[in-house]
Design a protein around this ligand. Structure first.
Ligand SMILES: *Cc1c(COP(=O)(O)O)cnc(C)c1O
Length: 381
């Protein structure tokens, strides 16, 4: 059998593993931060309508610049993020992962580097590698907040071309303050022109306001967003960014022509028509998240303060054994490779009850002493 390494693959890909959250068929799946609520029926009907319209013109290429969709996304941001955004400041692609890839193709690449503060979203490192951008792992405090002084020093020493700030951070749920982002942004610019990408995939679930207003007057600051989490449309594959119009112009240099299919554009537009209903689910999920936090604490678990639709909890001497014990009770959570911690996504009330039950029965009785952690085998975040 031919293996990957028998092929003439690029040197930096040899021996690496792909992104791989397990897709197991178990009753309660709380491992990939999906929204547990299916799209409401009226929206499903509207998608069918808009897709049918699009289908009548599928012999043609789609709107290459996705102007109607970007206009709708700009209106959504203007309404919800406390800052007026124009269509020229918004760009969309197939999931925010593609947005991040386009940013790295534009501002990273061979001979350049990107930095993130880990543990954080593993795709920042993986997409960097995929685009030939050297990855630099920056530090975090023990409570998973960003140590501003250490981060500034890391930026000064390593001189990255792109800096990722994930807020709220995946997998820890930690929000980053505007003050921290500005300190990092200014420290980076003092070294050389550096793109700072704020990944706000979960911001709709946060107790804090979006960092979007920071893009004003800062052409090196980009905010990325997605419809995968708050909009409950992970299957759609629609992500977007807001930044200076020059950034939007720059990513056109690397985007594939007609990258966003007419079906995708039609579906996303239908979702935007139902924003209020979808944000209503977000409010329910935030309340459920807070309830799960309380339940975990009541069960004797340690919990990291969460601004997202997931919670990092622990601590475990044997993280993988804890993960397996929950799985044995039909509950799939995520082992992101953060020693001592697991991550659970807020689900429906019934799923959360099942999770809390499993925690109480599987983890409490043999709860090991905290602070004694071993690294688990799964790749991070
Ligand atoms: C889920 C997630 C995304 C979303 O990726 P999509 O490609 O839009 O589905 C982006 N960033 C972070 C930190 C995430 O956790």
């Amino acid at each position: 059998m031919t293996r990957i390494d028998d092929l003439p693959v690029r040197e930096e890909l040899r021996g690496q593993s792909p992104y791989g959250a397990p897709q197991l068929d178990v009753p309660v799946r709380l491992n990939t931060n999906e929204n547990p609520y299916p799209l409401p029926e009226p929206l499903v009907a509207r998608i069918a309508e808009r897709v049918a319209e699009a289908a009548r013109e599928l012999n043609r290429y789609p709107d290459r610049d996705a102007v109607e969709l970007r206009t709708g996304l700009a209106a959504y941001l203007t309404r919800t993020a406390g800052h007026a955004v124009t269509v020229e400041q918004v760009w969309a692609a197939n999931g925010s992962n593609e947005v991040l890839q386009q940013l790295l193709q534009t501002f990273g690449g061979p001979g350049r580097s990107a930095m993130g503060f880990e543990p954080s979203y593993s795709m920042h490192a993986l997409i960097s590698r995929g685009t030939g951008t050297r990855w630099i792992s920056g530090p975090r405090n023990d409570d998973f907040t960003i140590d501003v002084a250490a981060a500034r020093e890391a930026v000064a020493v390593h001189r990255p071309d792109v800096v990722f700030v994930c807020s709220p951070n995946n997998p820890t749920g930690t929000a980053v303050t505007a003050k921290t982002v500005l300190a990092l942004h200014d420290a980076a610019q003092a070294v050389k022109p550096t793109m700072v990408v704020v990944d706000e995939a979960y911001v709709e679930f946060s107790h804090h306001a979006s960092l979007l207003p920071l893009i004003e007057g800062r052409p090196h600051l980009v905010v990325s967003r997605t419809m995968s989490k708050a909009f409950g449309a992970a299957g759609l594959r629609l992500g977007y960014l807001a930044a200076d119009p020059a950034v939007v112009d720059a990513v056109q240099l690397v985007r594939l022509p007609y990258h966003l299919s007419a079906v995708t554009q039609a579906t996303a537009l239908a979702c935007l028509e139902h924003t209020d209903t979808l944000l209503g689910y977000v409010a329910q999920l935030k309340a459920e998240r807070d309830r799960v936090v309380e339940g975990l604490r009541a069960a004797g678990m340690e919990v990291v303060e969460s601004d997202a639709n997931f919670i990092q909890f622990g601590r475990f001497e044997d993280t993988h054994a804890a993960w397996q014990a929950l799985l044995d009770r039909g509950v799939l959570v995520r082992d992101n490779g953060v020693p001592g911690w697991l991550r659970v996504t807020a689900g429906t009330p019934a799923e959360n009850d099942a999770f809390l039950d499993a925690v109480r029965t599987a983890l409490k009785s043999d709860a090991p002493a905290p602070n004694v952690a071993t690294r688990s085998s799964e790749p991070s975040a």
